[in-house]
Design a protein around this ligand. Sequence first.
Ligand code: SF4
Length: 446
Amino acid sequence: MQIHKITSRFPDFGVNKIQEISRFVYEISKREKILPEKILNNISSNNFEAVKKELLKKRFPYVFAHNEEIKPYLPKLKLDSTLSFDINNSEFNPKKILIEKLAINSCLAKRFRTFFSKAKFTEIVSLKSFIKDNRNSGIANYNKRRDMVFITNEKYDFFKKCPCTKGAVGCGYNIFNLGFGCIFDCTYCYLQEYNNAPGIIFPANIDTFFEEFKNYKKPKMRIGTGEFSDSLMLDNVTEYSLSIIEFFNKHKDVLFEFKTKSSNVGAILKARHSGNIIVSWSLNPQKIIDKNEFFTATLGERLGSAKKCSQAGYKIGFHFDPVIYFKGWEREYERTIDSLFSRIKPRDISWISIGTFRFKPELKPIIENRFPDNEILDEELLPGFDNKLRYPYGLRYNMYKFLLSVFEKYSRKIPIYLCMEETSMWQDLKSACKVNHLAHLACGLR
Ligand code: SF4
């Protein structure tokens, strides 16, 4: 969007007002697929407050119509076409594999040498010192992160409680912090704004995690990998799942969860487990997968893998997270849920989580630059109870209510929980739906 067009249309506006109007015009033009000139030509007033009101009404029609408060997040528009991500480069073939001195002779390093024999392997003292000497953050470097792998010897960061989000009802989840970074690329992924490593990190010393777990363990706890990575994305190489399943065979009072968008279940299917392992998939309609979850398995492949795992006696989980609003979302999500239950029996499902799309404001310009054709930012996303950008309360409520009603067609017994939602949303849904399966797994809300 050329600023000069806005400046010449509103010659009396100062820099900040021009910036604000530019952001509105860009977002409306993108959302409605109309030329910015057309938006400008339709504005009759030259008064800033009147112009802003007109643009707010166009940009946030749902919120405007429902009298919800509008405090939009309007960062300065900064678009750089050189930062867009190449979604065609699906193959994961790291060019450089850097191995910490203490992991140089590890089994994991050997496996990477076998699988990626064309990569350049280099020994480094430590990841920490490497990052200190090679400070490379920013979008351009994030786009290149799949070229580099680090095999490390983790010393400190083994487990943590899921921090959830301020003001939300937590589910008491624990994170098994095995690795960092992902070979997939989802438009909405929070790692884009969180990651400061120039590659993908795989700890070689999983045995140390197991040693440390003895001090961290609480009976009946839920713990899983897949918070800062995808649990199974490269499991054929790492075979982490084999060691993890074997270890948790000795801790039957703990539920361990692998969370994935892959169909990489070969190792899991070979393992002998004790019934306390949950393999779970993030699900979205194929339309959303095609446009937002690059390099991941298709919906059919995910459900096919879930079926194989349930036939092998594993408990299965599903995460409808993030649920994305778009025209026709009800039909597409209902179809997705119908496909799920056409393959998986309700009794084999341990839990289902639902969470509507939300993200830290800092992620917005990153998505805009990495995925300039994205549609997920076109909907009405405003700072919510935790300052993350979210759909308005009423819209979220309707989305949850609809999804819960579809799940009810199949079962009222599966524990379903909302991920990172505020207390009032739980309460409103509990009383409106009269659902007894909207569960709080940890116990916070009764
Ligand atoms: S699969 Fe998960 S971790 Fe990987 S890019 Fe997508 S959202 Fe991020």
